[in-house]
Ligand binder design. Structure first.
Ligand code: KIV
Length: 307
């Protein structure tokens, strides 16, 4: 198989936390995308993403669960390890799955350390404000940088009333702002805003110093994130309003496999270009061996069983 992956441009340096802060200050948009395996990581690398999130959306887009709730640490670790092998320059974020941090600071630190040590991600992300602020503080104190996530937090979507826009009332927007400020105050280096009205996001991000990354939160955040399978059109069925599909890869994949199946059934595949050759003399010798009377008369049941 040929590799089409070009090495990252020589002038492309590894993305660090100070570099992200610098980008925010300079008004240079930050590009974040999810990845869940080696090939998607290589695509993100080659396309020049700044941040790659091994998101717990893997639960839905890769593992076929109905929501993000069921995915385990062990599953996230397998995916994260594969992503690490495909990345050189983007900052790699490991998403803390539901149940890996909420119950206490000790659990949160232990699982954040596990993600970093076993997958090689440089930072972790956890969802929501409230008690998550305490967990974020503990993880940051242990030496692991944390990205916060406010607005629609899929791990707690049921409690939020479903996959719905958040911060639509003044009261809800104030709560969201307080969560974001609290996450910033304990040292989160960046905060994701998901499914928040653009004007609400704009008003809140003005009060924040750390870079914000939006998904369905309008254009005012320092960066944007989309789920790999959504933006490439691998996801089928209904997607959120904020998704823009930049390709239709699912269709292309089905077309490819269908064409292969048709060619196998019509015996058009494999073609001469896809087969290996052999020296005629070697083939003749094989044929002489196969033509022996003693060989053709031998039945499988003539063999002696092993002692
Ligand atoms: O898990 C994920 O992919 C995410 C993004 C939607 C931000 O949290």
């Amino acid at each position: 198989m040929t590799s089409h992956t070009a090495p990252p441009p020589a002038d492309r340096r590894a993305i660090t936390l100070p570099r992200l802060a610098e980008m925010k200050e300079a008004g240079e948009p930050i590009v974040m995308v999810t990845a869940y395996d080696y090939p998607s990581a290589k695509v993100a690398e080659e396309a020049g993403a700044d941040i790659v999130l091994v998101g717990d959306t893997a639960a839905m887009v890769v593992l076929g669960y109905p929501g993000t709730e069921p995915v385990s640490m062990d599953e996230m670790i397998v995916l994260g390890k594969a992503v690490r092998r495909g990345l050189t320059t983007p900052l790699m974020v490991g998403d803390m799955p539901m149940g890996s941090y909420e119950a206490g600071n000790e659990l949160a630190v232990a699982n954040a350390q596990r993600l970093v040590k076993e997958t090689g991600c440089q930072v972790v992300k956890l969802e929501a404000g409230g008690t998550s602020v305490e967990r974020a503080r503990a993880i940051i104190r242990s030496g692991i940088p944390v990205m916060g996530h406010v607005g629609l937090t899929p791990q707690t979507a049921t409690a939020l009333g479903g996959y719905k826009t958040q911060g639509k009332t003044a009261q809800a927007a104030i709560k969201l702002c307080e969560d974001a400020l609290a996450l910033q105050s304990v040292g989160c280096f960046a905060i994701v805003f998901e499914a928040v009205p653009a004007a609400v996001t704009e008003a809140i991000v003005e009060k924040l110093e750390v870079p914000t990354i939006g998904i369905g939160a309008g254009p005012s955040t320092a960066g944007q994130v989309l789920v790999y399978h959504d933006l490439l059109g691998i996801t089928t069925g209904r997607t959120a309003k904020f998704v823009k599909r930049y390709a239709e890869i699912h269709e292309a994949m089905v077309d490819g496999v269908r064409a292969y199946a048709e060619e196998v059934r019509s015996r058009h595949f494999p073609e001469p270009d896809h087969v290996y050759g052999v020296e005629p003399a070697e083939l003749d010798e094989l044929r002489r061996y196969l033509d022996q009377e003693s060989l053709t008369s031998q039945k499988a049941w003539d063999w002696e069983p092993l002692p």
